[in-house]
Design a protein around this ligand. Structure first.
Ligand SMILES: [Fe+2]
Ligand SMILES: [Fe+2]
Length: 169
């Protein structure tokens, strides 16, 4: 698969986790927390794959990379708000909806603009090789105990960020 296809497929996984989270009844707090934690970890890994491998390789092909970095920071802020609110509290559904919208905006932007440009400008072989690299790195991150621990710590830090505390009040 081309890098753009691998990343689009991962976008779809993020989308289905967001839908699952929105559909889970409010009283199933533990399940909601589980899905939320998995979503936050997958989103972190997705951004890491793009920041480390994809964006640096396509900066020349797409002017959207600079905007994409800013959008990742915004996503991280909203993740902090969702984590800080927590699945057992009022306002959670609304904050998840805002996150869903932000992910959709960013992923949609990448798919319709950035990936289209990159597919048109980069060599098919280069994109295939990059796709393999991204898939392998994702599998490696998912299997790594150190990564799991790092992501858990990161969630804890995000949960306590002032922005999240202020907005979730
Ligand atoms: Fe992105
Ligand atoms: Fe993406």
């Amino acid at each position: 698969m081309r890098a753009t296809e691998v990343l689009s497929a991962h976008h779809d996984e993020l989308r289905s986790m967001l839908t699952r989270l929105a559909e889970l009844p409010g009283d199933r707090v533990d399940e909601r927390q589980e899905v939320l934690d998995r979503l936050v970890d997958e989103l972190s890994m997705h951004e890491q794959l793009e920041d480390e491998i994809f964006y640096p390789a396509v900066t020349a092909a797409s002017p959207m990379v600079a905007i994409a970095h800013a959008e990742h920071r915004y996503l991280e802020d909203q993740v902090a708000v969702v984590l800080r609110t927590g699945p057992g509290r009022a306002g959670f559904d609304e904050e998840v909806r805002v996150l869903h919208e932000a992910v959709e905006h960013h992923a949609g932007h990448e798919e319709t603009e950035m990936f289209t440009e990159v597919d048109a400008k980069l060599d098919a072989d280069v994109l295939e090789q990059m796709g393999e690299r991204i898939s392998a790195r994702l599998a490696q991150l998912r299997a790594s105990r150190i990564t799991r621990l790092r992501l858990r710590v990161k969630r804890g830090v995000l949960r306590r960020t002032p922005g999240g505390a202020r907005r979730a009040g």
